[in-house]
Design a protein around this ligand. Structure first.
Ligand code: CA
Length: 490
């Protein structure tokens, strides 16, 4: 009892300037580590069919120390648009970055500007891929476009477009980490920081670091259940997609000739082994470098004051449905890894299934930095979820839209849809419809509905099944509602 009575007295003794300093101290540092095309299934903590072979000790450790989200998703499953959604907190139709060919508006303010206004030092290192030079950062050093894995060349702030620096004999994931550590070492230690550390890996063409070249030599990689999917009953446009393992690979993808004497089924099995070995070997270097960043935080005594986020710009097909790549509103590429460690706030080892979107990061980081979300942002802050409390009325459905209609290399149709906890309803509307107007051929509109509770692998399209008629009606109402809410009614 005496102890309780003492607390108000002690509080009264704290002078205002000390309170101010304390409030300042509460702005944590933020490290946003984003891989490119890293699927959940390729992280040990996510416990997929790859469990026996995937090696991610540092990411698994981060998950044990923090929170792991199982329903983190993107609003448009492709590199450039996802990166723009993260910085702006907006859907593609609001930020103007619909496709790989679009650029972020160089005059607009985004997350990096806002954090700088809140007193943060900001840096962007690695893969940027937004067309323009980075804006809003105190420092940047980026790969040109996609960049390359081996002997990467990067361009630092202040260098001309041609003034790239080559890192001879080095590997992109290592270089991006080295540059991140260098920046951390020379930062102004009086200010909080926000570091965007963006790896190129494990993006195609999946070149491993020489030290991991033989990591999976002689290992048999388990196959996903749907490797030999025949797309029966799915939308016709889906069956025509060119993301098939083996059949749609180039020699460059596997660094070896694609055999011509195998049956379609054999070719898929053969190519899957080579593809996954290359992909997982790239992940090994990502994991190792996440470990280096965490070791630096520990050595500098920064761990307690730093929130670490690990995610990817989208997920990826690792043989599910016989595919590689992304783009579709199917689980493997709609969902992304999201692991967050926030010491003192997030309960270690938490697994959370709330639906998080990539447009939520910007409002969340502003919230963590002590500011409200900007009114143009369409995402929501998940800060209180990190602290163990899901806000009442948190979303129970998400809206998704992919705009690149029948893109030459992959032939994926444009589509939008709604995903709830149980169902995914997708509309392939058959047209090219961005701000530049219709330019590509029209197809017959088609729909797909998956009941993921009964069909988690998404192989049974039940849109036309009469027992789902009421579900279809409800989901179409919800889809219309979401399209109105987000201002996307074209
Ligand atoms: Ca990507």
């Amino acid at each position: 009892m005496i102890r309780w009575l003492l607390i108000p007295c002690l509080c009264a003794l704290v002078i205002p300037s000390a309170l101010h300093a304390q409030a300042k101290k509460r702005q944590p540092n933020i490290i946003f580590i984003m891989a490119d095309d890293h699927a959940n299934a390729a992280i040990g903590a996510y416990k997929s069919w790859l469990g026996p072979v995937v090696k991610t000790p540092n990411l698994d450790k981060l998950a044990r120390q923090g929170i792991r989200f199982t329903n983190s998703m993107v609003t448009n499953s492709i590199c450039t648009p996802s990166r723009a959604a993260i910085l702006t907190g907006q859907y593609s139709h609001k930020n103007g970055v619909y496709t790989l060919a679009d650029q972020l508006d160089k005059n607009r303010q985004h997350l990096a500007h806002f954090l700088r206004q809140l007193g943060y030092q900001t840096a962007m290192i690695g893969k940027w891929h937004l067309g323009i030079d980075p804006t809003g950062f105190d420092y940047w050093n980026i790969l040109p476009g996609q960049g390359v894995y081996i002997n990467p060349r990067l361009r630092a702030m202040g260098m001309t477009k041609k003034g790239l620096k080559e890192y001879k004999g080095q590997y992109s994931t290592d270089v991006i980490t080295d540059l991140s550590l260098e920046w951390l070492k020379k930062r102004d230690k009086k200010k909080p920081f926000m570091l965007f550390c963006h790896f190129k890996a494990p993006h195609r063409p999946w070149d491993p670091a020489p030290r991991f070249k033989d990591l999976y030599k002689g290992v048999m990689i388990p196959e996903p259940e749907t490797l030999q999917d025949d797309y029966k009953g799915r939308a016709k446009q889906v069956g025509n997609i060119k993301m098939r393992i083996g059949q749609d690979f180039s020699k460059r993808d596997l660094q070896m000739d694609i055999p011509k004497d195998k049956s379609a089924e054999e070719l898929r099995k053969w190519a899957y082994q080579h593809y996954l070995k290359r992909y997982l070997s790239c992940i090994a270097a990502v994991d190792e470098n996440v470990g280096r960043l965490m070791a630096y935080l520990d050595a500098e005594g920064l761990t307690e004051d730093t929130i670490v986020i690990y995610t990817s710009d989208q997920g990826f097909f690792l043989g599910e449905h016989g595919w590689y790549d992304k783009r579709l509103m199917y689980e493997p590429c709609l969902t992304t890894p999201l692991i967050i460690r926030w010491p003192g706030q997030t309960k270690p080892g938490t697994v959370n299934d709330d639906m998080i979107l990539n447009i939520d990061h910007a409002p969340t980081f502003l919230d963590i930095a002590g500011a409200a979300a900007k009114k143009e942002m369409q995402g929501k802050s998940y800060k209180s979820i990190l602290q163990g409390k899901t806000p009442p009325g948190w979303r129970q459905s998400i809206y998704y839209r992919y705009w690149m209609h029948l893109d030459g290399s992959h032939n994926v149709p444009a589509h939008y849809g709604v995903r709830t906890r149980r169902h995914t309803l997708i509309h392939y509307y058959g047209k090219h419809l961005d701000m530049k107007g219709a330019r590509k051929m029209n197809l017959m509109p088609e729909w797909e509905l998956f009941d993921r509770q009964k069909d988690p692998r998404q192989i049974r399209n039940v849109y036309a099944d009469p027992t789902y008629a009421a579900t279809v009606r409800e989901l179409r109402v919800e889809l219309d509602r979401l399209r109105r809410e987000f201002g996307d009614e074209r």
